[in-house]
Write a new protein. Structure first.
Length: 183
């Protein structure tokens, strides 16, 4: 099974991706963490990634696609995976495999997302960067929802509930998808 979790910054998509991965026994590909790890290296792409993270813009598409393809090619992804926060725009869809089973869109208000991010206090979660990331999300990532909706694989989730309530909703929808797939 191949699943994508999308949502604005602070929506809880990473938390829900990890919970679903544990339940389904699938590895999670957290693109943000892959980029932060790669930014710490000294290769030719690390400066571009570091700069993008610092100002809240997208990592260049060619680097994002290359990073994802490199990670998916590893042997532990043979039975599927969960993608956390990818793709971020239409160009990055080209780097995706076409057999995605489900896309969960965790929806929260910008105000709620900002409050959650400020509470977690990661280095790149300051207000100007978060505000820029939200702007980029609304401009480039939100339009992808219609693409996944047209493919019939989008599940919209109210992310303003407790972690447990959101996880139960996702689990129920995954069970429904399995039943439908077997029918």
């Amino acid at each position: 099974m191949k699943i994508i979790f999308l949502g604005s910054q602070g929506s809880g998509k990473s938390t829900q991706a990890k919970l679903a991965a544990k339940k389904l026994k699938l590895p999670v590909i957290e693109m943000g963490q892959l980029f932060r790890d790669k930014a710490a290296s000294q290769d030719s792409e690390s400066f571009q990634i570091k700069r993008a993270l610092e100002v809240g813009v997208l990592v260049p598409d060619e680097i994002a696609i290359k990073t994802l393809k490199s990670r998916i090619s590893q042997s532990d992804y043979g039975s599927g995976y969960i993608l956390d926060g990818y793709p971020r725009n239409y160009a990055q869809i080209e780097g995706l495999e076409k057999d995605i089973d489900k896309v969960f869109y965790i929806k929260v208000s910008d105000q709620e997302g900002i409050q959650r991010l400020i509470r977690r206090a990661r280095d790149d979660d300051n207000l100007p960067v978060v505000t820029k990331r939200l702007q980029v999300y609304h401009e480039l990532t939100e339009p992808l929802l219609s693409y996944f909706r047209q493919r019939g694989i989008l599940e919209e989730i109210n992310g303003d509930r407790t972690i447990e309530e959101v996880a139960e909703d996702i689990e129920r929808r995954l069970e429904d998808a399995k039943v439908t797939k077997q029918s």
